[in-house]
Design a protein around this ligand. Structure first.
Ligand SMILES: Cc1cc2nc3c(=O)[nH]c(=O)nc-3n(C[C@H](O)[C@H](O)[C@H](O)COP(=O)(O)OP(=O)(O)OC[C@H]3O[C@@H](n4cnc5c(N)ncnc54)[C@H](O)[C@@H]3O)c2cc1C
Length: 390
């Protein structure tokens, strides 16, 4: 892949200097969703757009614990017309470019940086969005640096940087797995983990591999779910890990055991469960209880569904602020969720088409090409169920 960063940077600088006319689109967030939708915007022929990120391209992925890997496998299946499960763009395969089946977060962040460079996307890093409002048909996107103006905004700020830190008394005494840089360097031998879905099993597996004792609690029993939907059941990758000797030896599972409180007395953490059991450890308990999601930050621009998620029209646009779109794992329609990359990428072209049409850009060829790659999902009868949220 070619790297043309300096030229793109120059182009972005020029556009930022001269932004009085505003952008057609501003995308907030340069993660999997923001970079993927950016490529779709470029493909459909929208030129005046900008992707901004408070940090760097793929920064949520770079912040994953070092040992954590993708649960969804990458495979170079594009050659037979099936897009790599972890790809965010037509013609791209992380398996082919990285030669890794289960990338780490850092691997994938690097991959996103490479493709942003390859497609010469206009990305501006270190720009934190601190407010969005709409006046006179333009969105005013207030950042730490300046105010930008746009006809359309796509909110793609993800979930990872907005973890769920509540849920029971004393939850603030626990440490969320999203804040852990490396499981191998955690001190202590006796870990209590609250939340037994993918992140909890991942944490338990790495700690058990370092010969630490782990007790893993969940309100349900994700290890026994008999669903084929990976939003509900654990991934094959996690089931494989759970069968390994070190996991079997060191991890004790507590299904259907909701935690009611955590307290700290004389350097000993005490977990109480709803059925009256008490568990103690001198190691800070870990929270693997999911994410609040960044959509709460823009809740004033969307009507709300009963479950608190933004209410969207068929183009993933706000029903109360035309031009405000949502992209990524927080997209919900009825009981359909899009919490994995291979799910939410199918809505990029829907949003790109809606915006292109409003700008009077033809979209027939674009839609046909994306539909052919399974990247244009307008019939939602195929998928369902909920993701793990607060
Ligand atoms: C441990 C873990 C393992 C996972 N494994 C898989 C897997 O195997 N397969 C899979 O498909 N999915 C997996 N997922 C889910 C997947 O990572 C997420 O769905 C995906 O990262 C979402 O992409 P995103 O672009 O919406 O969010 P992010 O990747 O979080 O990107 C959002 C970007 O927005 C920026 N941002 C946030 N707020 C602001 C702001 N106010 N102003 C400006 N910029 C902002 C952030 O800096 C960030 O770069 C996993 C998630 C976790 C936590």
């Amino acid at each position: 892949m070619s790297s043309d960063y300096e030229d793109v940077d120059e182009a972005v600088d020029t556009a930022l200097e001269d932004d009085s006319g505003g952008y057609d689109v501003i995308v907030v967030g340069a993660g999997a969703a923001g970079i993927g939708i950016g490529i779709a915007l470029a493909h459909v022929g929208i030129e005046r757009f900008l992707i901004i990120d408070r940090d760097t391209i793929g920064s949520s992925f770079s912040s994953w614990p070092d040992e954590t890997r993708f649960i969804t496998p990458s495979f170079p299946s594009n050659s037979i017309g099936m897009l790599d499960l972890n790809s965010i763009a037509v013609g791209i395969s992380p398996a082919f470019s990285m030669k890794i089946e289960h990338p780490t977060g850092s691997d994938y962040a690097e991959h996103l940086q490479d493709i942003a460079s390859f497609f010469e996307l206009p990305v501006r890093e270190n720009m934190d969005v601190i407010g969005i409002s709409k006046n006179d048909d333009f969105f005013h996107v207030e950042t730490n640096d300046r105010v930008l103006y746009a006809k359309n905004v796509i909110w793609a700020a993800g979930e990872f940087q907005y973890p769920c830190l509540r849920g029971f008394d004393g939850s603030e005494l626990c440490r969320h797995t999203a804040t852990i840089a490396n499981y191998g360097s955690l001190e202590g031998d006796d870990f209590l983990i609250i939340g037994g879905y993918e992140s909890g099993v991942d944490a338990a597996y790495h700690l058990a591999s370092n010969d630490k004792r782990v007790r893993l609690f969940d309100i349900d029993s994700p290890w026994d779910e008999d669903s084929s939907d990976p939003s509900v059941s654990l991934s094959t990758y996690s089931f494989e890990r759970m069968r390994r000797a070190e996991f079997q030896k060191n991890v004790e599972l507590f299904p259907r055991t909701p935690v009611s409180s955590v307290s700290l007395m004389e350097q000993v953490y005490e977990i109480k469960t709803e059925d009256g059991q008490i568990f103690k450890s001198n190691v800070q308990p870990l929270l693997a209880s999911g994410f609040e999601g960044s959509h709460k930050f823009v809740s004033h621009l969307f009507d709300k569904r009963e479950d608190g998620f933004p209410l969207l029209n068929e183009q993933d646009e706000s029903t109360i602020e035309p031009g405000m779109f949502l992209c990524g794992p927080s997209v919900r329609h009825d009981n359909h969720d899009f919490c994995f990359i291979f799910k939410f990428r199918q809505r990029f072209a829907i949003v790109a088409q809606a915006i292109a049409s409003s700008l009077e850009i033809g979209t027939d060829e674009f839609v046909e090409a994306y539909r052919g790659w399974g990247m244009y999902l307008d019939d939602l009868s195929c998928c369902g169920q909920e993701c793990l949220t607060c």
